[in-house]
Design a protein around this ligand. Structure first.
Ligand SMILES: Cc1cc2nc3c(=O)[nH]c(=O)nc-3n(C[C@H](O)[C@H](O)[C@H](O)COP(=O)(O)O)c2cc1C
Length: 327
């Protein structure tokens, strides 16, 4: 049988395979170039970038939990101008599609950053409205549809030439409502999920581990939750017709959350994701993404599948999804 075709297109951007390094877990790709074959990845998302440089949060920043990782980095980054000047030229030589993860403290800062990125050599912008670790901006924009749509519209206008993927928060009470509002405001794709707001307490010191108290939970612990959210969002965007008519165009979803092995990635692709991102797993096992790409190819060969779209089983389960909790 012919080699399966792993390539995918997201909002017009061609990726050689559906595996993307998630934001904040792969630096700017350059750092990993000596450890793994970075050129074999489908895409790389940068660490969250802001118009102005940021030093990040004080105190503890990373804390391991059973099957998970808590982080409170606080968007440490050199600022978008410095990123474009110092990191992007080398990143551009690596090969994978380049996705700039854009954040900001308020709408103006997002817009200023978006304008700079619009003029740069990145292939796509991932709009981060879901960072739980900053006091202003970040997740505050991602919890309700109105604020998320207002920000999406501002960034859409400021970066008119770049495909725009909005990174949704699993902490929003109604993720589908946020997504529909962003779609109407000009989003081209979604990524889901960012980290879940969580915390830990240092019992000896009798105080929360993190200075901000809350932190973001990632890793295998969140995978079944994230998978359920991707399944439901696909149903809401692609299959459900609110009030009789599907008003929003069905935008592609990039799924992530706890993916560490090929089988994990296959679950998300079956749930309707067009591609996946891998975050925390790269810390524990740097070659995890290259292994996942190989594993997806092997699975497709073994099952006689020619394209990754054939992995999608979601269309066989009509409706928005059943979120009834088990007993
Ligand atoms: C240390 C760390 C830093 C992160 N920084 C960012 C960031 O800057 N922007 C962003 O959108 N997501 C950030 N994330 C979230 C990840 O991109 C991803 O959405 C989340 O970790 C879930 O995926 P995973 O379970 O595969 O890690 C960060 C996650 C970790 C663990």
């Amino acid at each position: 049988m012919d080699k399966p075709d792993l390539s995918v297109r997201i909002a017009g951007v061609l990726l050689q395979n559906p595996v993307i390094a998630a934001s904040g877990c792969f630096g700017y790709g350059n750092e990993y170039a000596e450890i793994i074959e970075v050129s074999s990845l489908g895409g790389i998302c940068t660490k969250g970038l802001t118009f102005k440089p940021r030093g990040g949060n004080r105190g503890e920043r990373l804390y391991e939990t059973p099957a998970g990782l808590l982080n409170s980095i606080g968007l440490e980054n050199p600022g978008i101008e410095a990123f474009i000047e110092k990191e992007l030229p080398r990143m551009r030589t690596l090969g994978p599609a380049l996705i700039a993860n854009l954040s900001g403290g308020d709408m103006d800062e997002y817009a200023q950053g978006a304008r700079l990125l619009d003029d740069s050599a990145v292939d796509m912008i991932e709009l981060n409205i879901s960072c739980p670790n900053v006091r202003s901006g970040g997740m505050a924009f991602g919890l309700d549809g109105e604020r998320a749509a207002a920000l999406t519209a501002v960034v859409r206008k400021a970066a008119a030439h770049k495909p725009l993927m909005v990174k949704l928060s699993p902490n929003a009470p109604d993720i589908a409502a946020v997504a529909r509002a962003c779609a109407d405001a000009g989003a081209d794709a979604f990524s889901l999920v960012n980290t879940f707001k969580a915390m830990a307490i240092d019992t000896e010191r009798r105080r929360p581990v993190f200075d901000n108290v809350g932190a973001g939970l990632s890793g295998p612990a969140i995978r079944p939750l994230a998978l359920r959210m991707v399944w439901e969002l696909y149903g809401a965007l692609h299959m459900q017709s609110p009030r009789g008519a599907n008003r929003s165009k069905p935008l592609p979803i990039v799924g992530l959350g706890g993916i560490a092995w090929a089988n994990d990635a296959l679950e998300f692709l079956m749930a309707g994701a067009v591609a996946v991102q891998v975050g925390s797993a790269s810390f524990a096992r740097p070659p995890s993404m290259t292994e996942i790409i190989a594993g997806i190819g092997e699975y497709m060969r073994a099952h006689g599948l020619k394209t990754t779209a054939e992995l999608n089983i979601r269309e066989s389960y009509p409706g928005p999804g059943d979120s009834t909790p088990g007993a």
